[in-house]
Design a binder for this molecule. Structure first.
Ligand code: ATP
Ligand code: MG
Length: 424
């Protein structure tokens, strides 16, 4: 098959920051001088065609990536790490961005799911070993051909048709992790699976190929999935194609779980926006997926796939979950119950509780975040209250009233303090 060549220079110029473009041109010149051909490949090219931001720069060198990386690093006096065994290198630009380089290679698989054996090859062979056609586009950087898009496997058409397609029949058997990746890309980009690809994926799932994938790689793929913006779409696809059942035989999806997942997504967004914290999405989504199972079964799954942090999360959840069996009426009393619970667990508690309770908890946590702004030890000092351990009690007292809406602002807090502690 002859590749399609298209001039993507101006697209590249629009897509990449100018200083990076300049460095890529420089690398292209060096490459020509050394007699190599160098290409920008992978996700960044796909995302450029889609107009989606991406700055993960991966280069493939027909020739020797290590030699090119070393030459660049020497001339530009920047750091360079080389990994001889893998024929890869990483350079850091003066401006801090990292560029990964790899010698074009082909891979042979000793058995399904194994890490492949690697040997030197052409760019075409390198692209052929990839997972999906949408990831096989390359833009040449070599001087004289800078900006030429090389499309051997109809990647451009598949991106335009919004299709995820494997490159050959045995793809999912060779590397079952691609089952997970196919659904992750389909969910993330809103793409469909090509017909044959869909059929082969189903076959591979039915044949339990995922069972053969290294558990560490499954962990990594699931972790990526839970951190995707479109995580729910991906999980629905994983349910549709029985991938979740394949990983967790006792798994089932029902309306309740669908609702829980979408509540969870919204709750995570609320916590991250209003409370400015990074939520442990992996543990929360795994909880939502596994909670209906007996703990022993969840535990078996979590242990098998090395989710050790999530095992702790589950254990802590089981310890505190009865705490909220009876919900106190006053927010200050509710606060007493939740203040020792980890925020990540509160995310799950909110997502799985009635909306009204979830909203109360978020309101309380927001107020907790504002506690310092309301009244501080400094304010007490300025009011002339002599510093002593009583400060803690006074501050707690004011905050309690703030939680119960008896005090609504700093002004009201100061008035209350004067009346209560300074006799008017
Ligand atoms: P992302 O935006 O998620 O980083 P990406 O396409 O860059 O998407 P990576 O996981 O960073 O994906 O992998 C880089 C490239 O390596 C991919 O574009 C793909 O061509 C190739 N690749 C990754 N994993 C596999 C795999 N299991 N089988 C074949 N090729 C793979
Ligand atoms: Mg990437």
């Amino acid at each position: 098959m002859k590749p399609r060549y298209l001039n993507y220079r101006s697209k590249l110029e629009k897509f990449l920051p100018e200083h990076i473009l300049t460095e890529l041109e420089y690398i292209g010149k060096l490459s020509a001088r050394l007699g190599f051909n160098t290409y920008l490949v992978g996700g960044i090219v796909r995302d450029m065609v889609l107009g989606k931001k991406n700055l993960d720069i991966d280069l493939i060198v027909e020739g020797d990536a290590l030699e090119l990386a070393r030459a660049y690093a020497k001339e530009k006096k920047v750091p360079c790490h080389t990994f001889e065994e893998f024929m890869t290198a990483q350079i850091t630009l003066k401006t801090g961005e990292k560029i990964d380089l790899a010698t074009a290679r082909k891979e042979t698989y000793t058995h399904p799911g194994a890490y492949p054996k690697v040997e030197k090859a052409t760019i075409k062979e390198d692209l052929y070993r990839r997972d999906f056609t949408i990831n096989t586009l390359a833009v040449e950087l070599t001087e004289g051909r800078f900006g030429i898009l090389v499309d051997y496997f109809n990647g451009l058409k598949d991106i335009k048709d919004r299709m995820v397609r494997i490159l050959h029949q045995l793809s999912f058997i060779e590397d079952p992790i691609r089952i997970l990746r196919a659904l992750r890309f389909a969910g993330r980009l809103g793409f469909r699976l090509g017909r044959p690809t869909e059929k082969l994926l189903k076959l591979a799932v039915d044949e339990n190929m995922l069972e053969l994938a290294p558990t560490g790689r499954v962990n990594l793929e699931l972790t990526y999935t839970f951190n995707e913006e479109k995580v729910i779409d991906i999980l629905f696809l994983m349910n549709k194609y029985r991938v979740l059942h394949s990983l967790i035989p006792e798994f089932y999806m029902d309306e309740k779980r669908e609702e829980l997942l979408s509540r969870l997504r919204d709750t995570i967004i609320s916590f991250e926006m209003f409370l400015e914290l990074k939520v442990d999405r992996v543990s929360n989504y795994l909880m939502a997926l596994l909670y209906h199972l007996p703990f022993e079964l969840s535990y078996k799954f979590l242990e098998k796939y090395h989710f050790s942090k999530t095992i702790k999360f589950f254990e802590e959840y089981y310890e505190i979950k009865d705490l909220l069996e009876k919900i106190p009426e006053k927010d200050s009393d509710l606060y007493k119950k939740i203040k020792f619970i980890k925020k990540d667990l509160l995310v799950y508690i909110c997502a799985s509780s009635p909306v009204e309770l979830a909203e109360r908890i978020i309101r309380i946590l927001k107020k907790e975040g504002e506690r310092q702004l309301l009244i501080s030890g400094k304010d007490l000092k300025e009011l002339g209250i002599p510093p002593s351990p009583i400060y803690r009690k006074i501050l707690d007292d004011v905050f309690k009233k703030y939680l119960d809406d008896e005090i609504k602002s700093k002004k009201e807090a100061l008035e209350y303090l004067k009346k209560q502690y300074l006799g008017g």
